[in-house]
Design a protein around this ligand. Structure first.
Ligand SMILES: Nc1nc2c(c(=O)[nH]1)N[C@H]1C(S)=C(S)[C@@H](COP(=O)(O)O)O[C@H]1N2
Ligand SMILES: [Mo]
Length: 369
């Protein structure tokens, strides 16, 4: 069932049926049907990497907290665990490139990973609250952004650069952001950032920096290449020549949903068909409703929605539909609690780097007469 994916720098244990877009660096998503549980097993959780896993000596590893703080800190993992209360939070992580493959069908996006709909997973994270650590360091008044630097070096940049990101201080101190050393009650795996990673609930995965080494309080967002890379460029821009300020920087995730059951291109007997999926609302928003259509979006009915465990997780939904005989397209669209709804098609949201495709979930099925 399991195999070991060996990169030159690390090992990652994933199920055999992962859809591996790239072996090195490791970029893989599970088959969508594997996302039925509220919490995703470790061997099923998607992996998104911009470089090889770094080699980290846990004994000499330290977390540095510096920049615009009153008391700079340097902490071993042991010190971090002893000095700060462990917080646990179930939170969904979603890559901004999730469902890029559907955007590519509309218009090509060269040089980017063609993610299907499963670059999203949920874990129970355990670690120190970033707010607690920042309180100990003492943020200065001008510290409006908190920057994170990882230990992995990406060849995507010239010259190569460690992966990094930043978030506004208001989000960093809001309470839900974790410095996680545990995932699903186990030690954080190497593939997911051991010994320590950031988890920024409700924001694009790229801000949840793995293999964290340094937290810097500063007056501006980070100038790390990946901060500006994860942005929505204007439609005519060339990603190879676009500058750091040209795009809309991505933060909170937009309302989005997926159909899990029936599977892709299913052949179904006529009569009532069970349809299930999940929806996910970004930042501290929750999913307010999911509507499902049996016929490509003419007729709609609302699905039964599980209550939110907390605002940071996806919510599963289910319903039973009577499908028309022959070929049809099942469609689902979610609304969040600000009444934002998903756009209809990938064409509506296409952008040169292929981020944030939150268009309606569509599934082609055939129903016997
Ligand atoms: N250090 C580091 N952190 C990183 C990345 C990376 O390549 N290096 N990838 C980011 C992106 S784009 C995503 S979507 C998530 C994926 O986390 P996962 O591999 O644990 O699923 O990690 C983020 N943190
Ligand atoms: Mo991502």
């Amino acid at each position: 069932m399991e195999f070991e994916h060996r990169s030159n720098m690390g090992i990652c244990d994933k199920r055999a049926d992962m859809i591996v877009h790239q072996a090195e660096p490791y970029n893989a998503e599970p088959p969508p049907g594997a996302l039925v549980g509220q919490v995703t097993p470790l061997d099923t959780f998607y992996g998104r990497n911009h470089g090889p896993f770094p080699l980290i000596d846990k004994a000499s590893w330290r977390l540095r907290v510096d920049g615009l703080v009153e008391n700079p800190l340097e902490l071993s993992l042991d010190e971090l665990q002893r000095r700060f209360p462990e917080r646990n939070l179930v939170a969904t992580l979603q890559c901004a490139g999730n469902r890029r493959a559907d955007l590519m069908l509309f218009h090509d996006i060269p040089g980017q990973v063609p993610w299907g709909p499963a670059a999203i997973s949920t874990a129970c994270w355990g670690g120190a609250g970033l707010a607690d650590v920042l309180a100990e360091a003492g943020l200065q008044a001008q510290a409006t952004h908190i920057a994170f630097t990882g230990a992995d070096v990406s060849q995507d940049t010239d010259p190569p650069q460690p992966f990094g990101a930043s978030i506004p201080a208001a989000k960093a101190t809001a309470g839900e952001v974790l410095l996680a050393w545990a995932m699903n009650d186990q030690a954080l795996p190497t593939a997911h950032g051991a010994p320590l990673r950031v988890v920024v609930p409700g924001w694009i995965g790229a801000r949840s920096v793995k293999w964290l080494q340094r937290i810097t309080a500063q007056a501006e967002p980070t100038d790390n290449y990946f901060q500006a890379e994860y942005s929505i460029l204007p439609p005519e821009a060339d990603p190879r020549t676009a500058g750091p300020g040209d795009g809309i920087t991505l933060g909170p995730i937009a309302i989005h949903c997926a159909i899990l059951q029936p599977g892709k291109d299913a052949q179904l007997p006529s009569g009532p068909t069970k349809v299930t999926g999940f929806a996910f609302a970004g930042d501290d928003r929750t999913v307010a409703r999911v509507d499902v259509s049996p016929d490509g979006g003419n007729l709609w009915i609302h699905a039964d929605l599980d209550t939110a465990e907390n605002p940071w997780t996806w919510q599963h939904w289910h319903t039973t539909l009577t499908l028309p005989p022959g070929e049809t397209e099942l469609v689902a669209r979610a609304w969040d609690d600000t009444a934002a709804v998903q756009p209809e098609s990938p064409a509506t949201v296409w952008n040169p780097r292929g981020y944030a495709n939150n268009s309606w979930a569509r599934l082609h099925v055939t129903c016997s007469h």
